[in-house]
Each structure stands twice: as C-alpha cells, then as structure tokens.
Design a protein around this ligand. Structure first.
Ligand SMILES: Nc1ncnc2c1ncn2[C@@H]1O[C@H](COP(=O)(O)OP(=O)(O)O)[C@@H](O)[C@H]1O
Ligand SMILES: [Mg+2]
Length: 274
C-alpha cells in the first residue's frame, strides 16, 4: 500500500459571510493511520475535511498530500482518487447498490461490467451479502446503507479515506458494529483515514490519534486516546472527554479470586483476564 500522508499547514477558512470556520489549523496525518478530529457542532470539522479533496479551498495556508499542494491538482481527479464517506451514506436513491458503488470507477473509465464485478466483491468486503446488489438504498437498513457508503468510497481503491460523521445516523448498537468493521477493514487496508465526529467515544475507539477541537478548528489537544484520557491538557478537554465520568473512572476489586473492574458507582464493568 502506497504511503499518502496529509499535511495541514496553517489553514484558515473565512466563508463569504465573514464566518471564521477555521482560524489557524496545522496538523500532520501520517500514512496508514486513522486520525479522528473531534469537536462540537460548528467547530470546523467538515470544513477541514473538505479542504483535503478541494470541496473547500482554504482562505490561506495549504493542504499537502504526499508533499504536493492540493491546489496544484485537478479537483475532479483529486476527488475521484479520495474516498469520501458522508453521514447517512450519501447514496444516490435512484441507483441500485451496485451502481452506487461502481459510480466513480465507471466515471474514471472502468468498463461497467468490470466495475459491477468489483462492486460485488466490495459488498462482501464490508460485510454485506452480495444479493443486496440489485436493491435500491431505500430497501436497506441504515447500517447497511452506511456499509454501502464505505464500499463506494473504497471502489476507486483510494489511498485516502475521508469520513464525515459516518456513523452518526444509526443506533448505538449498529454504530458499534460499524466502528468494529472499520477497525477490521483498516487493519487489512492501511489507508490514511481522517474521520470527523462529535462523539468522543467514537474518536477514542477508531482513532490511532485524536485531535480535540475547539470552535474555529483550534486544537485543544492532539494525542493518542490514552494520552488524552490520562493527561487532558486543560478543563476544556477534561470536560469534553468526560475524564471524570463514572464509566471512565474504573477501579478493581477482588471477588472469588478474580479481579473485577468496577466503575465509580461500584457497578461491575468487566473482569480482568488472568
Ligand atoms: N458555506 C458556509 N457559509 C457560511 N458559513 C459556513 C458555511 N459552512 C459552514 N459554515 C460555518 O462555519 C462553521 C464551521 O462549520 P463546519 O465546518 O460545518 O463545522 P462542523 O462540521 O464541525 O459542524 C460553523 O459556524 C458553520 O455555521
Ligand atoms: Mg460537520
């Protein structure tokens, strides 16, 4: 797998109405890693993500992919070479599942039959039955639609995957399954992934690195999940990650010779393996 790091260099975005969506953001996203940008609604996450595939051009600063300024790249070619997963799948409702997945490869010149064959394989890759291929998106569950969204983003075999609140529209149990699926896929594929979410638990679960954002895309803290949990930079981060939340504060007690993990309310949270 080709290495494809992303570099945000002092990017700023002021929308035409004067809103400063991103003030001054710098960050390096290493190849083959998942970086989760996490922040409240309006903190500039989507704006930052869209700077990578040029759906938004920064007002100043630059984004580099593999040391190349994206401004020098054709936006259409760039977008087709980067997987983009949206909340609620973003599928075309009047196209079948297979055709949704095959859209970009066909646009890029892959013959339709070959693209459909590849799309069928991708369905299996994201844990869906290939028999779903002829269905329309409305005939799938929310979780299935999200998986199709991931399959579609992978169809052009991109080195980079951008995910904008990809699991936001599904219930917590399905969300958990999709997060596990992403971890499994990423272990196989080793893409450079930037995932944005407002859910700190999701960020901790899927991110090799987590960037906690304040308003205006200001970095409150960047680090591994364990660094952030054990050493929150300030009260803002402490509140955001809920470092004091009962389920974060675990202790162990011995019961019948085994170590039982209990939360701050004394409720069992698990058992330590011997
Ligand atoms: N096209 C736009 N025009 C004006 N303001 C915008 C536009 N898109 C986003 N914003 C504003 O920029 C800020 C950041 O938005 P966004 O990047 O969508 O944040 P997030 O994804 O974290 O919710 C918000 O205040 C939002 O209202
Ligand atoms: Mg957003």
């Amino acid at each position: 797998m080709v290495g494809m790091p992303i570099e945000f260099r002092a990017v700023r975005k002021v929308y035409p109405d004067g809103t400063v969506a991103v003030d001054d953001f710098s960050h390096h996203v290493p190849s083959h890693k998942t970086v989760a940008l996490v922040g409240s609604s309006g903190s500039g996450k989507t704006t930052l993500l869209r700077m990578v595939n040029r759906m938004v051009d920064p007002s100043s600063g630059s984004v580099l992919i593999d040391d190349e300024d994206v401004r020098t790249l054709d936006p259409v070619v760039l977008r087709r070479s980067i997987g983009y997963v949206l909340q609620a799948g973003g599928l075309l409702p009047h196209r079948t599942v297979l055709d949704n997945i095959a859209t970009v490869p066909v646009l890029s010149g892959t013959p339709r039959r070959a693209a459909r064959t590849a799309a069928t394989e991708l369905l299996e890759r994201v844990g869906l039955d290939p028999s779903l291929g002829p269905r329309y998106p409305s005939q799938l569950s929310g979780g299935q639609q999200q998986r199709v969204g991931v399959a579609r983003a992978l169809a052009a075999d991109p080195n980079i995957l951008l995910m904008d609140e990809p699991f936001g529209a599904v219930d917590p149990i399905v969300r958990r399954e999709l997060q596990d699926e992403l971890l499994r896929l990423q272990a196989e594929l080793g893409k450079t992934i930037v995932l944005v979410t407002h859910d700190i638990d999701e960020a901790f679960r899927v991110g090799d690195e987590v960037v906690v954002l304040r308003e205006g895309g200001r970095v409150a803290q960047a680090g591994t999940p364990s660094q952030i949990l054990t050493h929150p930079a300030d009260d803002f981060v402490r509140d955001f990650v809920g470092a004091d939340r009962p389920e974060r504060l675990l202790t162990t007690v011995e019961v019948d010779g085994r170590r039982l993990v209990v939360d701050a309310n004394g409720r069992p949270a698990g058992v330590l393996s011997p």
